[in-house]
Design a protein around this ligand. Structure first.
Ligand SMILES: Nc1ncnc2c1ncn2[C@@H]1O[C@H](COP(=O)(O)OP(=O)(O)OP(=O)(O)O)[C@@H](O)[C@H]1O
Ligand SMILES: [Mg+2]
Length: 340
């Protein structure tokens, strides 16, 4: 083989690229910066993300996947092209690419992802569902007749799935994840303190003092924002228990989604999940206390996978081994067996 096959975790917050034989070679934010008038692409990834919220009038920095799977098709394609170019030194042979997508994806969205991959230079594009990739990446042997529950909380979507015999038995994908927790902080601070803060400050608060379950020791952080009464900058302190209040709504939505999936899962598999526990992946699962919150609501032991942020990319990378058995295009890995 002259070209290396590539696995891509096309996330709403970050993109990870896995190259066969090398592992994860790139991890950058899913952001592009472009010239407003000409539409010309200026920067992608880390460099573009540093511009978010700080661009002058003629430059815009956007997250093309933010609102769902692909909210801005052209930009997603350009961004993919740029990342693929970065990791392939040899351009004579086009690589085969497996792209990971949320489990709730529609056929139209599948088509858009495949087209973006082809336009970006792939010879063939295959899709894998995010929770399946996450489970493989978390080291779960998904081929056995044994039920496992994966809760992948990313930036834009949370995917909850029960997997057995390499397939998804029951799942849901909701658009409540890391971004909505950031938004919940912005709203809360505005309501409670009458101060407007930016998305980046909100994300920093979430990572440093955020929690969805009481921390053993209360922590706090000093932040800056603009007072809505005076219009002037204001410095004030936010505590971790305020974070629990701020996150109540999005956290409850995720708990309800987990509950719903458990309710629809056949009893034998629920019994397996009770034995195996729930595994959490994705950056959003690092929000302090999420495992404890799920455990306290379901009574099922829950833990965050090692390397939670890279699990999906690692699993997508591992599934490259099966690429020869997969059919082109719209066939998801988990549906591979049924198609043969
Ligand atoms: N330590 C942390 N604590 C809380 N949240 C975190 C932490 N680290 C990352 N996150 C959040 O994780 C989210 C990104 O996770 P991830 O990279 O898994 O998303 P993604 O795969 O790009 O998105 P999706 O799967 O929805 O398409 C962001 O909202 C980020 O703020
Ligand atoms: Mg993800």
């Amino acid at each position: 083989m002259f070209s290396k096959d590539i696995g891509i975790d096309l996330g709403t917050a970050s993109i990870l690229v896995y190259v066969a034989g090398k592992g994860i070679v790139l991890q950058e934010p899913s952001v592009v910066a472009l010239h407003k008038d000409t539409g010309k692409l200026l920067k992608v990834g880390t460099e573009a993300s540093e511009m978010l919220g700080k661009t002058p009038g003629n430059i815009v920095a956007i997250r093309p996947l933010r609102e769902g799977v692909i909210s801005d098709y052209d930009m997603t394609e350009k961004m993919l092209k740029e990342f693929i170019r970065k990791v392939t030194s040899f351009r004579l042979f086009k690589p085969r690419i497996i792209i990971c997508v949320p489990s709730g994806i529609t056929e139209v969205e599948e088509r858009a992802v495949i087209d973006a991959g082809i336009q970006a230079g792939a010879r063939r594009v295959y899709l894998i569902e995010e929770p399946v990739a996450a489970a493989i990446g978390a080291g779960i042997d998904i081929a056995k007749p044994d039920g496992h529950m994966i809760v992948d909380i990313g930036g834009g979507t949370s995917d909850i799935a029960v997997i057995s015999l390499s397939g998804i038995v029951e799942s849901t994908s909701i658009k409540i994840a890391g971004d909505q927790f950031d938004e919940a902080i912005v709203k809360y601070i505005r309501r409670k303190h009458n101060v407007l803060i930016g998305d980046r400050t909100a994300e920093e608060l979430k990572m440093k003092i955020g929690c969805v379950f009481p921390r053993p020791e209360e922590t706090s952080m000093e932040i800056r924002g603009r007072c809505l009464m005076t219009g002037l900058p204001r410095v004030f302190t936010v505590t971790s228990s305020e974070m629990i209040e701020a996150f109540e709504e999005p956290a409850t939505r995720i708990l309800e989604a987990i509950h719903g999936v458990l309710e629809r899962t056949p009893p034998e598999l629920v019994a397996d999940i009770a034995t195996n526990g729930i595994v959490m992946t994705g950056g959003g699962s690092l929000l302090w206390g999420f495992d404890k919150l799920i455990e306290s609501h379901t009574g099922i032991e829950t833990h965050v996978a090692d390397d939670a942020i890279s699990c999906v990319a690692l699993g997508t990378g591992k599934s490259l081994e099966w690429v020869n058995e997969m059919q082109d295009g719209t066939i998801n890995l988990s549906r591979r067996k049924q198609m043969n």
